[in-house]
Write a new protein. Structure first.
Length: 208
């Protein structure tokens, strides 16, 4: 066996041994972890919270001998890493409402499937107040389509006349959200719950 052949054989087995050492011993075991704090930051991160005090290696310099990966905020009464919202701020999904994801061209589906979560008694006078502020200039105070802007543009429907008086709450909500024909969309001006409350008031005008 020549020296060159011996060297080549040694290099080959060395490479095989190196590759074998890189294989995972288990499904979740990736071998050595370099700079673990790059993956599990000790600093507080609003969208990541490790509540297990024993996570990671034990570190004697940390109070209570907790693991190095534990990063829940002990100074917050809920152990949250994020700060509580400023007083009087408006929640994105007030009362549990989710963003409206029904596409604009699905008005027939919305009309048939969406149900108003509010009853007329729950809405009370608020629905009328919202309607007067955002809708009456076109649709008129009583929904006859005779608002000052509506008279100029013409073609604004009368809520009390067919077929407009048969439109479902889902249809009305969808139209308020996306608009229709010359009517502009109002989803940037009204929250989901406010649109439903206006729809409930429109229902009253449909039955007048």
């Amino acid at each position: 066996m020549t020296i060159n052949h011996t060297i080549k054989t040694f290099v080959l087995f060395g490479m095989l041994g190196f590759l074998a050492s890189c294989t995972s011993a288990g499904k979740d075991d990736t071998g050595l972890e370099y700079a673990p704090n790059m993956y599990n930051s000790v600093s507080y991160k609003p969208l990541k919270q490790i509540t297990d005090k024993e996570a990671g290696e034990w570190v004697s310099s940390i109070d209570d001998g907790q693991g190095e990966y534990y990063n829940s905020n002990p100074h917050n009464q809920y152990n949250m890493n994020m700060r509580e919202p400023v007083a009087n701020t408006v929640k994105r999904n007030k009362n549990g409402f989710l963003p409206y994801r029904v596409p604009k061209d699905s008005i027939q589906w919305a009309a048939a499937n969406l149900k108003n979560p509010y009853t007329a008694d729950e809405v009370g006078a608020e629905g009328e107040q919202l309607y007067m502020k955002f809708c009456s200039h076109c649709h008129g105070d009583t929904g006859k389509g005779d608002g000052k802007v509506g008279i100029i543009f013409q073609g604004v429907p009368n809520y009390g006349a067919r077929p407009t008086n048969t439109l479902s709450q889902g249809h009305i909500f969808h139209v308020i959200t996306y608009g229709i024909r010359r009517m502009a969309r109002h989803d940037s001006q009204l929250s989901v719950e406010e649109r439903w409350k206006i729809a409930r008031h429109v229902e009253k005008l449909q039955n007048q």
